[in-house]
Design a protein around this ligand. Structure first.
Ligand code: EPU
Length: 300
């Protein structure tokens, strides 16, 4: 059996339910699943998977990912590394480190520039992948370099320029399938802890006031089209509060789809299709998904 080594690889679980690993609480199963708190042997593992043509998917906190397959084939690797180090004015964090915690630790150490991360509910790896941003800041503004692993399992270092960041986009998302982020180094500026923390609290306050953070969602469902806002367009199409099954267009922010409890991936995808269709009919604008849909192409 060609998969035998994978099934017996330390820590690998079979037919793992993904809902508990999804911020949304939605998911089928993963044929093979591995959660890694230590990335020491990750290069070797990735190299072997590629050599043997085993598909693999790398996830972080899955705060931006909809698991839409009944059972994902191959190995799903959840990166749960939690290292942080500071040197001079730079801060390096492992891919599994949570962005709000990065913001808090930077503030505690009196280092400014990462306050926006308090409004990004995901991991460092996922945030580099999608050039995450919030409230006036995004990853690309402060990123110095990224340590990554390529599909052959080799360790690589990319400068910020090589990451080719653009709005909610990076070279990893656009042009490097199979690569994964191991850690990222950010530049910060010294400032009093108090001043940094005050701005961080502003970010949190603004987020609480404008986004349905008390409910489960994947954040912004669609990217903002150039010069406009997906939330405004969906709202103006009269869709706030619309429900399909357990999925609802948030009455608080129209670009968020909240899980009322029992939403399925089908409910979310059907609601996304409806939002895209209604906005297109009304404004002639095609919304592009921002969330990552795994195992199915988002309808539209
Ligand atoms: N608006 C409406 N109705 C709504 C929601 C928004 O009319 O239901 C209007 C607002 O009044 C505002 C405009 O749309 O004039 C923009 O809304 P908002 O300030 O809430 O920001 P956004 O463009 O919807 C972006 C990011 C968020 C980020 C916030 C805050 C995208 C797709 N979304 O949202 O990122 O937190 O700015 O900086 O770029 C995410 O990527 O998952 C995410 C949450």
């Amino acid at each position: 059996m060609p998969d035998a080594w994978l099934a017996s690889y330390p820590g690998v679980r079979e037919h793992e339910p993904l809902a508990p690993h999804s911020w949304y609480g939605i998911g089928g199963r993963a044929r093979y699943f591995l959660e890694l708190a230590d990335d020491g042997r990750l290069g070797e593992l990735i190299g072997r998977l590629t050599a043997e043509q085993h598909p693999y998917l790398v996830i972080g906190a899955a705060t931006n990912t909809l698991f839409a397959a009944d059972e994902l084939s191959g190995l799903t690797i959840k990166i749960a590394t939690r290292h942080l180090s500071m040197e001079g004015d730079t801060i390096s964090a492992s891919a599994g480190y949570l962005m709000p915690k990065l913001a808090a630790e930077a503030a505690r150490a009196g280092r400014a520039g990462l306050e926006f991360a308090a409004g990004v509910p995901g991991t460092v790896g996922g945030s580099v992948f999608g050039n995450a941003g919030a409230f006036g800041g995004e990853v690309k503004d402060r990123l110095v370099q990224v340590a990554a692993i390529d599909p052959q399992g080799q360790h690589q270092t990319l400068t910020a320029k090589e990451c080719a960041f653009a709005y909610r986009d990076s070279v990893f998302k656009a042009a490097r399938p199979g690569w994964l982020v191991v850690s990222a180094t950010f530049a910060t500026t010294p400032e009093t802890s108090q001043a940094v923390r005050a701005r961080l609290l502003e970010v949190q306050k603004h987020r609480r006031a404008t986004q349905p953070i008390e409910q489960r969602s994947l954040g912004s469902t669609f990217k903002n089209p150039p010069g406009d806002s997906a939330g405004r367009l969906i709202d103006a199409s009269g869709l706030k509060g619309m429900r399909i099954g357990g999925a609802q267009v948030s009455p608080k922010h129209a670009n968020f789809i909240v899980n009322l409890g029992e939403a399925s991936a089908d409910d979310v995808l059907a609601l996304m299709a409806e939002m895209r269709n209604r906005v297109f009919e009304r404004f002639g604008i095609e919304l592009e998904p921002e969330i990552r849909v795994i195992g199915r192409t988002p309808a539209g």
